[in-house]
Structure formats: C-alpha cells, structure tokens
Design a protein around this ligand. Structure first.
Ligand SMILES: Cc1ncc(COP(=O)(O)O)c(C=O)c1O
Length: 369
C-alpha cells in the first residue's frame, strides 16, 4: 500500500466549473473572486477578504499594509514564507520559541522577544491548532503591537469562540496540502477598511480604480504587484470552501483514529494536544517521538511506502541564511524539530490506510525494542 502525505479532494463539480469558467473567456480576476471572497466573509465572520495567488503574497501585503518597518516577532517553528515575507518587506525577523505541547508561539515567548523596535508579530497557527489569541491580543493591544496571523495551516479552526484570521490580518493558503485548495492560492482577511482598500490596490499593479478621467485611464498610485487570483481558481476555491466543514470533520475523524491506534503502541509516542475550548483543523497530523529514533522511524515509514515528513526540521533560525538574525537558543523549537513526525492526513484517507500507517509504526517499535 502506498500512502501519500496528502491528497486533495477535488470532485467533478470543481472540474466542471473550472472548465466552464475557462470557456467563459474571463480568465483573470473576475466574478468568482467576489463570490469566493463573500463566502469567506460569511463562513469565518470577517468583514473583508481578498483572494490572491498565495499565502506568501498575503503575508507580504499584510506587512506592507502596516506602513511601518522594524522588528517583527515570528516563531522559528514555521515554513520559510513567514520569515521571507518579513525580509522582503524590509523588516527584521525576531525568532521566538514555541510551547512544546501546542507547538505554537505563546505569550511567554512573545514577551521575551519584545524590544523597543517591535512593530508587529506574526503568529503561526501550527498544523491546524490556533494560538492562544485572547492572551496574545490583549498584550498586543496594550503594547500597540500589530498582529498578523499566518493561518496557512488553520482554515476553519477556532480559538475559543473566534476563527483564526479575525484577531489581526489573516493570511490563508490554498496550496494542495491545505484544508481547501485552488492549486496555488491564498486569502487575506481584515476588518479594517483602510487595509482592505490598500491591499486591493497593492495586488493589482497599484491601480486605484476609483480614479478615472475616461474609460482607458488607469491611475497607478503605488508600486504594486500582480498577486491576483484568476477567476477559474476562485471558482474552484468557492466550491472547495462550501465543503470546509465536511473536510475538517473528516480530518478530525482520522486524527481521532490515529490517536486511539497510536496510544495503544507506546506511551513514548505523544499525540497532538488540543487545549480546552479550541478546535483543530488538522491540516497536518503531527506526533513526537524520542529524538534518538525519529530519523530511523521516518526512514522506516519511507521504506514501507508511507510518505511521512518532519515539519519543521530544520527550524528557521537554524537555516543558513537566517542564522544571523538570531542570537538566542530556542530550546523548545530545537527539541521539537528533532522529535516531530508528520503523518499522512487527507479527507479521503480510509480507515485501512490509517491502520496501515499505525501497524507499520507498531512493527517498527517491536523490531527496535
Ligand atoms: C505556516 C505557513 N505559512 C505560509 C505558507 C505559504 O503558503 P503558500 O504556499 O500559499 O504561499 C505555508 C505553506 O506551506 C505555511 O505552512
């Protein structure tokens, strides 16, 4: 049995609508962008959503919309986009440690990283579990620190009563491994009209559509990008988004099966932790094992046709080009990166496939004891 790390669920409905949209001759930003954005607003209780070509672009737009440069606190335990966006916008990433159980940046580690130059923080909701946003939001409000949420991995999850992406400027990803997909794609969410108006211009060549002296006039008011999502991908996103509840329910069911099977193997395997009142969207299913056997287990899974991985090893502050931005030892992050294993998860994963993975892990422990 061959098991991929992820497999997007794309039905004939999406394929038919994408084909129809392609045949409509409206190939760039178009009517489906508005439909997708409106549905996003409704589903996740946000005022404004802007569909774009990736979460990385959304992160850059979010940072630029703050209109300030300085130090931006980010976890080191994340994908490189979080740091790249900071650097590409002319600010300095300050790496913070995370909590071992949630794998998320927390208030204690944020406080340790704040300096007079701190202008913003990018929280990363790791693997589908939201950060403790009420504590972080209260602190940031007092300190006048802006919040950006890298919610690439956490579509449809709640921190207590609120969805991720509603505490600051939200940035979501629709890369094929994510909770919904548009192949490549992303979304920025905000409740601030000024941010919305600015980002709408920024992603479309800096053109201000409200300025028009005649029908051919295009007034460019800032050095913009072309970060737009094309109409046919927005159509795909629109249909995918309608299924988010179903997808996340399936992911949670798979996670529960993993939890129950793995708990029977050995207490050395630590299953994901979900704090009370939080929901998890399980974009990834991660466990921790003892550091001394982690690599061996990953290789064993690979030899048995199971596509497991380790998110994130190495963490960002140990990446060659980013080392110079960090002076402190991030003990928990370094420990986690050597113990973490990402197991396959996708909505259509069968019970048989989950059992094949957990049986393989069980065999590994028997052979190595
Ligand atoms: C935490 C995090 N941030 C940002 C990204 C980048 O998303 P995209 O590929 O849509 O640019 C990812 C995707 O892997 C991610 O996991």
């Amino acid at each position: 049995m061959k098991i991929p790390l992820c497999k997007p669920s794309i039905s004939s409905n999406e394929i038919n609508l994408v084909t129809k949209t392609l045949k409509s001759n409206w190939l760039t930003h178009g009517p489906y962008n508005y439909k997708f954005e409106e549905l996003f607003n409704t589903k996740f209780n946000t005022k404004y959503s802007i569909a774009m070509n990736s979460c990385t672009s959304a992160l850059e737009c979010a940072i630029k919309s703050l209109g300030v440069k300085g130090e931006i606190i980010i976890p080191s335990f994340t994908w490189v986009s979080t740091a790249n966006a900071v650097l590409n916008c002319g600010s300095k990433p300050v790496f913070a440690d995370v909590d071992f159980n949630t794998r998320n940046i927390d208030l204690k580690n944020i406080i340790k990283s704040v300096t007079k130059k701190t202008v913003a923080i990018i929280v990363v909701h790791f693997a589908g579990l939201p950060c403790d946003m009420s504590k972080i939001s209260n602190f940031c409000k007092k300190k006048k620190i802006k919040i950006i949420e890298d919610s690439a991995e956490t579509l449809g999850a709640k921190a207590i009563n609120n969805y991720t992406g509603t505490f600051g400027i939200g940035c979501f990803s629709f890369f094929p491994t994510k909770n919904i997909t548009t192949t490549e794609g992303g979304m920025l969410t905000t409740n601030d009209k000024k941010v919305y108006d600015y980002v709408k211009k920024l992603i479309a060549h800096g053109i201000d559509k409200s300025i028009k002296s005649n029908f051919w006039h295009r007034e460019a008011v800032l050095p913009g990008h072309n970060f737009r999502m094309p109409n046919h991908l927005a159509a795909m996103g629109y249909l995918q988004l309608k299924k988010i509840k179903k997808f996340n329910k399936a992911r949670n069911k798979i996670a529960n099966l993993y939890n129950s099977n793995l708990s029977k193997i050995t207490s050395k395997i630590k299953i994901p932790y979900i704090p009370k009142g939080f929901t998890h969207s399980f974009q990834m299913y991660t466990i921790t094992v003892e550091a001394k056997i982690r690599n061996k287990l990953l290789n064993y899974l690979k030899r048995n046709d199971i596509e497991a991985s380790a998110h994130f090893d190495p963490p960002l502050h140990l990446q060659k080009y980013l080392k110079k931005f960090n002076k402190k030892k991030l003990t928990v992050t370094e420990k986690l990166s050597k113990q973490i294993i990402t197991l396959p998860i996708f909505p259509d994963m069968t019970k048989k496939e989950v059992t094949y993975v957990t049986d393989t892990i069980s065999r590994f422990y028997k052979d190595n004891n």
